[in-house]
Design a protein around this ligand. Structure first.
Ligand code: G3P
Ligand code: MG
Length: 243
C-alpha cells in the first residue's frame, strides 16, 4: 500500500461540505491522491458517509444518524449549511462514494465511525460493500477506527486490506494492540505526537499518520520526525507547500 503524504480529510472541507461527493471532487481538483472519509450505519443498516453522531451540524436533519432510516437520510440536504451553491448535496452512500473515487482515480482511508454497542455491525455491512465496489487493480485502501473492536472486525472480515488504529493520546499498550490487530498504521492526533514517540512507532515497523494538520510548517516538522502522512482540511495548500 502506497500512502501519499497528504490525505484530504473528509474531502476538501474548507472548500466544499465535508464528506460529500462534492468535497471528494474538490479534493481531486486540489490535486489530492487520497481522501479520508467517515462511514456510519443507519438504523436499517445502510452505510452512509457522515462524521458526527447527530445530523444537525452538517445537514438539515435532526437527531442521531444511528436512529435514522436510510430513506430519511437520503432526502436530507448536506450542502446548504456550508454554502448556498451546495444546496441539495446529499449524504452519500458508501457505494456512491467508491464509484466517485474510482472515477476520480482517488485512493481512500475509510474510517469506521461506530455506534457504541454496535461496534462490529458497521464493519460487517461496510466491508463487503467496499470490497465489491473497489476495483481489484485500484490502489489498496486503508481501514481505520478509534474502536478496537471495529479494527478487529476488519481484520476478521477483510484481512487483505491494511488497518490503522486511530488514537488521541497514544495508549500505553499501543505495541500490543498493533501486534494483535496486525496493523499497518498508527494514526495519532498530531498535538500529542513527539519526535520520540513517532520514532518509537516507526522503529517498531508502523507507518505513523497524523491528524488533523492544517499548518504546512507543522506538517514539515512531522515529516521530519518520520510521520508518513498527514490528514488535512486544506489539501490544495498543503500540496503546494510540500512541492
Ligand atoms: O482519521 C483521522 C481523523 O479523521 C480522525 O478524527 O474526528 O476527524 O474523524 P475525525
Ligand atoms: Mg475521520
Amino acid at each position: 500500500m502506497e500512502i501519499p503524504r497528504i490525505i484530504a480529510h473528509r474531502g476538501s472541507p474548507r472548500a466544499a461540505p465535508e464528506n460529500t461527493l462534492a468535497s471528494f471532487r474538490r479534493a481531486a481538483a486540489d490535486g489530492a491522491k487520497w481522501v479520508e472519509f467517515d462511514a456510519a450505519l443507519t438504523v436499517d443498516n445502510r452505510v452512509v458517509i457522515f462524521h458526527d453522531d447527530t445530523l444537525e451540524r452538517t445537514s438539515d436533519g435532526a437527531g442521531l444518524v444511528c436512529e435514522a432510516p436510510f430513506e430519511t437520510l437520503s432526502a436530507l440536504d448536506a450542502g446548504s449549511w456550508f454554502a448556498p451553491e451546495f444546496r441539495g448535496e446529499p449524504i452519500p452512500t458508501l457505494e456512491e462514494t467508491l464509484e466517485t473515487l474510482t472515477d476520480l482515480d482517488l485512493g481512500f482511508n475509510l474510517e469506521l465511525k461506530v455506534d457504541p454497542g454496535r461496534e462490529v455491525d458497521l464493519a460487517t455491512y461496510a466491508l463487503p460493500i467496499a470490497d465489491a465496489c473497489w476495483p481489484a487493480e485500484a490502489p489498496t485502501p486503508l481501514i481505520s477506527s478509534f474502536s478496537l473492536q471495529a479494527v478487529a472486525a476488519a481484520k476478521e472480515l477483510l484481512p487483505k486490506w491494511p488497518r490503522g488504529f486511530i488514537f488521541n493520546q497514544r495508549p500505553d499498550d499501543w505495541a500490543e494492540i498493533a501486534k494483535t490487530l496486525d496493523l499497518t498504521t498508527l494514526n495519532g492526533n498530531h498535538q500529542h505526537l513527539t519526535s520520540d514517540n513517532v520514532a518509537e512507532m516507526c522503529r517498531a515497523g508502523y507507518a505513523v499518520l497524523a491528524y488533523t494538520v492544517n499548518e504546512p510548517a507543522r506538517a514539515a516538522e512531522l515529516f521530519a520526525w518520520g510521520v508518513k502522512a498527514v490528514f488535512t482540511d486544506i489539501p490544495g495548500e498543503m500540496l503546494k507547500a510540500a512541492a
